[in-house]
Design a protein around this ligand. Structure first.
Ligand SMILES: Nc1ncnc2c1ncn2[C@@H]1O[C@H](COP(=O)(O)OP(=O)(O)OP(=O)(O)O)[C@@H](O)[C@H]1O
Length: 349
């Protein structure tokens, strides 16, 4: 559906050349929800805007539906652009026009007749949940409602692709969730391919099937969202994923740790096995869970636990016969946990 091949984008200012995107390649399939994530200035917007050639690449090719559109101009380019809709972080609505007119404008530009526009706009506004706001002005709408108008306008001409530039960054958490839900529904019901950029992994995990991670103009990693969360390889991706899981411990807990502190990753069904209690019994140690979280990404579980392995406070019946020193038992327990989980990181020994 969308193929970006070795895209580089350079901006020339008076005294320097900024390479915003550096040899980025992507392939996005029909009907996918594809995310591009990265810090501010990573090159996400520039790359997104090459898909409909709002930004022309300095090098590389853009293919839409198998057709190379990189060199298109004028009417041919405008026709190709009709296949894409675009929504923005700050909605970009016309404030002196009603909700109806904001959406109608997109249809008028595409050459639709008044009768068709009059019939179609209410349908689209119904789809995005704004049937009761048809004659209202944008200033009378909440942020979430404004973005719904932005979405209605973007899908009015039945595009094959919806490009979303940080669509929820200006919204609170709850509204953001509702907008992502609406985008997902549009993807499912209308089969529109969605490309969404965000600086938050939490947005990506809520809606995307696959993701590309950008750092300083380069795509450093891409793949299935679940796999990227489960096994982030690039240090920048790891940082993003860690921030999403947010497993930081309060200083009070880390100041006087007695024992071995582990961060344990469980994937899928393995998260359901009683691995830690088995380790405790087998090796006669205490296992104290200090932090933990299970995330479900595309209905598959990723569990992360921070656990402290240490000496049992009292001699339990299970441990009474254990004579091996604590360090040996903990080392054996770490091995045992390592075998039964996806990854173990020793945070403190
Ligand atoms: N028109 C322009 N002229 C000069 N430099 C630009 C232009 N547009 C973008 N840049 C620069 O290119 C780099 C990438 O910008 P871009 O907006 O694509 O990144 P981004 O990841 O989308 O960032 P943000 O999340 O802050 O929008 C930045 O260093 C930016 O300053």
């Amino acid at each position: 559906m969308i193929e970006l091949q070795n895209i580089s984008i350079e901006f020339r200012t008076k005294d320097q050349v900024i390479r915003a995107v550096d040899q980025a390649s992507l392939h996005i399939g029909t009907g996918e929800v594809f995310g591009i994530v990265g810090a501010s200035g990573a090159g996400k917007s520039s790359l997104l805007r090459t898909i409909n050639l709002l930004e022309r690449p300095s090098a590389g090719r853009v293919r839409l539906d198998g057709r190379d559109i990189t060199d298109l101009k004028g009417a041919a380019l405008r026709r190709e652009r009709q296949k894409t809709g675009l929504i923005f972080q700050h909605f970009n609505l016309m404030h002196t026009r009603t909700v109806f007119d904001n959406v109608a404008f997109a249809l008028r530009v595409a050459g639709k007749q008044a009768a068709e526009i009059a019939a179609h706009v209410p349908e689209i506004l119904d789809l995005v949940g704004l049937s009761d706001k048809v004659q209202v002005y944008p200033s009378q709408l909440s942020g979430g409602q404004k973005q719904r108008v932005g979405i209605a306008r973007a899908i009015a001409n039945h595009p094959a692709v919806l490009l979303c530039d940080e669509p929820t960054s200006a919204l609170d958490l709850e509204t953001s969730g509702a907008i992502l839900e609406l985008l997902k529904e549009i993807n499912r019901r209308l089969g529109i391919t969605i490309v969404l950029i965000s600086h938050e992994m939490s947005v990506i995990k809520t809606i995307c099937d696959r993701v590309a991670v950008m750092d300083q103009g380069r795509i450093v990693e891409q793949g299935d969202v679940y796999d990227i969360f489960a096994r982030p390889e690039h240090p920048f991706t790891r940082q993003l994923v860690d921030r999403t899981f947010n497993l930081d411990l309060p200083e009070r807990l880390t100041a006087n740790l007695q024992g071995t502190l582990l961060k344990i990753l469980f994937l899928g069904e393995r998260a359901e096995h009683p691995l830690l209690s088995e380790a405790a019994l087998r090796f006669g140690i205490s296992v104290n869970i200090l932090h933990g979280k299970i995330e479900y990404i595309n209905n598959r579980a990723i569990g992360l636990l921070v656990a402290l392995l240490g000496e049992l406070q009292e001699c339990s019946t299970h441990a009474a016969h254990i004579t091996e020193p604590l360090t040996g038992r903990i080392a054996a327990a770490v091995d045992f946990i390592r075998q039964g989980s996806a990854r173990v990181e020793v945070l403190h020994a």
